[in-house]
Design a protein around this ligand. Structure first.
Ligand code: F6P
Length: 402
């Protein structure tokens, strides 16, 4: 059998385990040495194929490959790049040229719903042009908004981070007799999955109010509740999802290729309103990148699944499967049992799976069905390698392929 090159692409926002899927894919690819010759990484997502900017992953040391398991960020570099719908666009010729030049036979795109759009388009392009390249999607996003999978890789670890950080904030906030209003802003864009995770905390650790993008946000109602809670308890903790529906006085002017506005900073704006309208001191806490770049709270389940899914994508491509994404199907929650399945990309690309309203009880609590769904995902800790108190991380040499 003719050996072909494999190219791995990381795409969209990083997660705590995005590099773990790459690890799983590399390990599996090495088992298929009769089919897969070179193992390349594309620099900065799909841009690496457009600019012929590929690196030879086999030049990286074994130690750095092992450290992928605890390295946040997207080690290969990522991007948010929308491919044109018209296959006559010259960009496709450039991509095909790079793929042909390097004798690529296997392509993997590790990303969220926008990246699955890229994956889907390429699978259609290859079909239309009769190009024999197997292309597979590897799911990831801390937003957990990917369709056709029980959950997205990275969400369990981000959830574990959010839950534990919010618990610590709640303990600290209770220290003063007369405290502040704390507004914690959590990522998730149009989906409230990640913000809702704090529902897993004990009742006395749970924020007093939780606002999700799936529900309406009423400023006057919010202010009145905050006032009442602060008067009653001496402090008030509010958790808001970055994408709640609130008319901002200042919105970032930056929009990505998929027309998503740059979010963030909403907690600052709401805190200013609380201070001016209620005359109560506040502290805005934006979890920002910390929630998706924290190796300390990687969930063992997430790590194991990320490895297994990266590996299965490679195995499937070697079996001739293409245009599909590896997904997780839950069999039971207690005990937690799943199976990995292959899903068609057409039903996944560009669709957003938000938190079902049936899982939201009120502005303080989720339904028990959500707790049961979430509970097993954050279980288990990972072994971490340290160097004099500082976490080790993979440092790639990035040897460019000529
Ligand atoms: O990938 C999803 C996400 O983490 C969203 O929750 C967030 O809004 C967005 O990425 C921010 O990404 P970046 O700051 O990298 O553009």
């Amino acid at each position: 059998m003719e050996k072909k090159t494999m190219v791995y692409i990381q795409s969209g926002g990083p997660t705590p385990v995005i590099n773990t899927s790459l690890y799983g894919a590399i390990k599996e690819a090495r088992k298929h040495a009769d089919q897969i010759g070179a193992i390349y990484g594309s620099r900065y997502g799909i841009e690496g194929l457009i600019n012929d900017n590929l690196i030879d992953i086999n030049m990286e040391s074994d130690e750095d490959i092992e450290l992928l398991l605890q390295t946040p960020g997207a080690i290969l570099g990522t991007s948010r790049f929308k491919l044109p719908t018209d296959f006559h666009d010259p960009i496709y010729l450039t991509i095909l040229k790079t793929l042909e030049k390097h004798n690529v036979g296997y392509l993997f795109i590790n990303g969220g719903n926008d990246s699955m759009d890229t994956c889907y388009k390429l699978s259609l392009l290859f079909k239309e042009k009769g190009v024999d390249i197997k292309v597979m999607g590897v799911p990831k996003t801390i937003d957990n908004d990917l369709a056709c999978t029980d959950h997205s890789l990275g969400f369990p670890s981000a959830a574990k981070c959010v839950i534990n950080v919010v618990q610590s904030i709640a303990i600290d906030a209770a220290s003063y007799r007369k405290g502040k209003v704390f507004i914690i802003e959590i990522m998730g864009r149009n989906a409230g999955w990640l913000t809702a995770t704090i529902d897993l905390l004990d009742e006395d650790m749970r924020p007093d109010l939780i606002y999700l993008p799936e529900q309406d946000f009423d400023l006057e109602d919010f202010l009145s509740k905050v006032k009442t809670i602060h008067e009653r308890d001496g402090y008030c903790i509010v958790a808001i999802s970055e994408g709640i529906h609130f008319e901002r006085s200042s919105q970032s002017a930056f929009v990505d290729a998929f027309n998503h506005v740059q979010l963030g900073g909403l907690c600052n704006e709401l805190c200013k309103i609380v201070e001016s309208r209620l005359n109560i001191p506040t502290r805005p806490i934006e979890l920002s990148l910390l929630q998706r770049a924290n190796p300390l709270t990687i969930s063992k389940i997430d790590q194991d699944e990320a490895k297994a899914i990266g590996a299965l994508a490679v195995k499937s491509a070697c079996q001739g499967i293409t245009g599909q994404m590896v997904a997780i199907k839950r069999l039971t929650s207690s005990p937690y049992k799943t199976e990995l399945v292959i899903e068609d990309l057409s039903g996944i690309a560009n669709t957003e799976r938000t938190l079902p309203l049936s899982m939201i009880l009120n502005d303080k609590e989720m339904d028990v069905s959500y707790r049961e769904y979430l509970k097993p995902l954050i279980v288990g800790e990972t072994d971490l390698k340290w160097d004099n108190g500082i976490l080790k991380y993979a440092k790639f040499k990035y040897v460019k392929v000529k």
